[in-house]
Design a protein around this ligand. Structure first.
Ligand code: BES
Ligand code: MN
Ligand code: ZN
Length: 468
């Protein structure tokens, strides 16, 4: 089922968006039978609530969609999109009630994107019958092509996260990058296995050394001119924790530990589809954090690409290691903006929950742009501090850096501080510590993999980069 808007169709069912405060007035303008029927169903215009109106022949004359109050809409992202899965399989044409100023253009776009994303399902392992679905015509005033490109990118991100590690190893993640590159005329190179050592990417090599599936750095480039934008994504295809093995409960979801890579790939797809005048680079350090005789150990002291030495105090703090080498490589060409996405710490979840992604940056304007944009497009991110007084926590004494400070206090911050050590000009750097997973079904987001921060960045970056 393509995540696209329905073609314009004269027979489309009108879908009237009605808000609680305008419901009575709207009903007054309807025939008595409609009014009675809507009232009989107890319709209160809650966000995403629907009711149907029949025509004399027993068909569907129109449908009504509740907008809810602004406060109710603020509580639930994509609330209006809940209609997409409740309505009978027809094509609908959204009409705002005359007082529909209650819905901003941004909220209409949110509803439209949510409707598209409601069509997403992960079907790789279960031939679910192609059910007919309610489709929406592109509402007036929205950029339909942009929303369709965003939906396609998000579907790519979700598919990659949802694919289990037996079918998505390092080679398959590279192949997915190559497929995307082919579609948009980008180029991909990869440094694989032992080549990582001669290419001076030792931490990626070390983290992947315990797996039979070779680690790699995947490097996509697209665009000839314009500002340099580099995206980095953590691509741990499965995180057992290594020798510091995770308990079963904590390991259960760790197929999603490449969620940063999947999200960065989704963002790259949005940017290429939109044809931004930038020099885009996507760097994915990819490895499987496995247990074996060749796995790295607690106490090992490793030398990074940048020359900084790292004492391993926990093999489960592997993400920051592979990112360290990728960030040092990215930093060498001084991009105008460097954004990393990573399912980096459990501490980020403890701090902000699964739905709100911490963003760390020293650039106040970038932080504000990401937070504002995230709020507008309902892809929320929240600034957290690179708290310099905690720098001492990541200094073990025996080496330059400690990958896992004992006690874990401020764990999302110390992980971010660790990453910052590998970037020379921290001002242009932003790091998002994402969860990448929707814990239970919600409008537009079925339980499973989900992108976080990509839509916020897609909205914020043109201004940040000064694009025309
Ligand atoms: N991939 C995990 C972080 C994670 C766990 C993200 C659960 C989302 C949900 C990461 O590699 C990890 O294991 N981090 C450790 C670091 C610690 C050992 C310093 C953590 O957060 O417990
Ligand atoms: Mn880990
Ligand atoms: Zn991990």
């Amino acid at each position: 089922m393509p995540l696209t808007f329905a073609a314009a169709d004269a027979t489309a069912v009108p879908l009237h968006a009605v808000c609680p405060q305008t419901l009575a007035g709207w009903l007054d303008g309807r025939p008595a039978a409609d009014r009675g029927w809507i009232e009989a169903q107890g319709f209160r215009a809650e966000p995403g609530e629907v009711a149907l109106l029949s025509d004399p022949a027993g068909g569907i004359a129109a449908a009504v969609l509740g907008c809810g109050s602004p406060a109710a809409r603020a509580r639930r992202r994509f609330a209006l999109a809940a209609a997409a899965t409740k309505l009978p399989a027809r094509t609908y044409r959204l009409t705002l009630d005359p007082d529909g100023a209650a819905l901003s253009a941004e909220e209409v776009a949110e509803a439209a994107l949510g409707w598209l994303l409601s069509g997403y399902a992960f079907r790789r392992y279960r031939a679910a019958p192609e059910r007919a679905v309610a489709r929406l015509q592109a509402p007036a005033g929205i950029d339909a092509a942009r929303l369709e490109a965003i939906a396609a990118a998000e579907a790519l991100t979700r598919d990659l996260i949802n694919t289990p590690a037996n079918d998505l190893g390092p080679a398959e993640l590279q192949a997915a990058t190559e497929l995307l590159a082919e579609e948009f005329g980008a180029t991909v190179t990869a440094v694989v296995g032992e080549e990582l050592l001669s290419a001076n990417l030792p931490l990626i090599h070390t983290v992947g050394a315990g797996s039979a599936r070779r680690p790699r750095l995947v490097d996509l480039r697209w665009g000839e001119a314009g500002p340099r934008l580099t995206l980095v994504g953590k691509g741990v295809v499965f995180d057992t924790g290594g020798l510091n093995l995770k308990p079963g409960n904590s390991m259960a979801l760790m197929k999603k530990d490449m969620g940063g890579a999947a999200t960065a790939l989704g963002l790259a797809r949005m940017i290429m589809a939109a044809g931004w005048p930038v020099r885009l680079r996507l760097l994915l350090p990819v490895a499987e954090n496995a247990v074996s005789g060749t796995a790295f150990r607690p106490g090992d002291i490793l030398k990074s690409r940048k020359g900084l030495t790292v004492e391993i105090n926990n093999t489960d703090a592997e993400g920051r290691l592979i990112l360290a080498d990728a960030l040092a490589l990215a930093d060498a060409e001084a991009p105008d903006a460097l954004i990393s996405f990573a399912t980096l710490t459990g501490a980020a979840r403890v701090a902000l929950g699964p739905d709100l992604a911490p963003v760390f940056t020293d650039d106040d304007a970038l932080a504000a742009a990401l937070a504002d944009a995230g709020a507008r497009v309902r892809d929320p991110v929240w600034r957290m501090p690179f708290w310099a007084p905690y720098e001492s926590l990541i200094e073990p004494g025996i080496a330059d850096l400690d990958n896992a400070p004992a006690g874990g206090m401020g764990g999302a911050i110390t992980a971010a501080l660790f990453l910052r050590r590998f970037v020379s000009e921290a001002g242009r750097f932003a790091h998002l510590d994402i969860y990448g997973w929707q814990p239970k079904d919600a409008p537009a987001r079925p339980r499973g993999g989900v992108g976080q921060g990509a839509r916020a960045a897609f909205e914020a970056l043109p201004q940040v980069l000064g694009l025309p």
